[in-house]
Design a protein around this ligand. Structure first.
Ligand SMILES: C[S@@+](CC[C@H](N)C(=O)[O-])C[C@H]1O[C@@H](n2cnc3c(N)ncnc32)[C@H](O)[C@@H]1O
Length: 273
């Protein structure tokens, strides 16, 4: 199957709409840990755009830090959750590839695990640059490759062993990147300067393999499609395979699964403040 940008966009929007109501109690526990890396360098009063804001995890943290945040997402379901959870904050509906904001209208743009879902991440970075004032800062997180990301690797390996890795009908993803080098190259290509990318680590706690499958099924789009496409009769075997492979991460309170992400930063050329 070849890459079809509009099919990816439609798949992502439908998937995140479906996940919106259960996202806060599932996948947000994994994404939340990386928010402090995006708050670095933000000062009170900064106008900050949170691209792919989802339920507003980062937008709310920015407001708590004294910034003046605006959340942006294309999922009506996510925006409904964000507005209900944070009634005092501003959330705009729009696509990361064509932001509904004026040129140079933000001091900073951030995105927590959003850019790699966009069909053309390069367009999203160009849009972030456009809405930043001269000298304004961009920072975003992405997941590291599954080989480093234990929670993902466990699921992919278990489905390969006990399920069907080809079962999902999701369209192939676009230019999703999963390395520091790819982030740096993308920021350079978008015209940013003072670029840096570094690894981040965290831990995601689950009772067992079944709970991990449940959380990914409830709070993601692409992984949920893969899990949801498995023969339900095979799910107990998939969960058991995860438990066996995850034994080294088991403690008295269940599984403590390492998460690996990358934070990438750049600055729009121009005056520093
Ligand atoms: C993994 S969630 C991250 C949510 C939030 N930033 C967090 O840290 O929990 C990805 C979000 O990206 C949004 N998204 C994906 N593609 C998008 C696009 N092209 N334009 C705007 N939002 C998009 C989804 O609707 C979803 O809310």
């Amino acid at each position: 199957m070849s890459f079809d940008a509009e099919a990816v966009r439609q798949f992502e929007r439908t998937g995140w709409d479906r996940a919106a109501a259960t996202y806060g109690g599932s996948f947000a526990h994994a994404t939340r840990a990386f928010v402090p890396a995006l708050l670095e360098g933000i000062t009170p009063g900064d106008r900050v755009l949170d691209v792919c804001c989802g339920t507003g995890v980062v937008t709310a943290a920015l407001a708590a830090a004294g910034a003046d945040p605006t959340g942006l997402d294309f999922s009506a379901g996510m925006l409904a959750e964000a507005r209900a959870g944070h009634p005092g904050l501003r959330f705009d509906e729009g696509d990361a590839e064509s932001l509904p904001h004026a040129d140079a209208s933000f001091d900073a743009v951030v995105s927590n695990f959003g850019i790699h879902h966009v069909p053309h991440p390069q367009k999203a970075l160009a849009e972030a640059r456009r809405v930043l004032r001269a000298g304004g800062r961009m920072a975003f997180t992405i997941w590291a490759a599954p080989a480093e990301n234990v929670a993902w690797k466990l699921v992919f390996d278990a489905i390969r062993a006990c399920g069907d890795p080809t079962a999902s009908r999701a369209p192939p993803p676009g230019g999703g990147f999963a390395s520091a080098e790819a982030c740096v190259a993308a920021l350079e290509a978008a015209g940013f300067v003072d670029i840096a990318a570094q690894p981040l680590r965290s831990v995601w706690h689950h009772r067992d393999g079944a709970a991990l499958l449940q959380a990914l099924g409830a709070g993601t789009a692409r992984m949920a499609a893969l899990i949801g496409a498995q023969d339900p009769a095979r799910l107990p075997a998939i969960a058991a395979a995860i438990d066996t492979a995850a034994e080294m991460y088991r403690g008295p309170e269940g599984l403590a699964l390492p998460l690996a992400a990358i934070v990438a930063r750049g600055r729009r050329p121009g005056m520093l403040r």
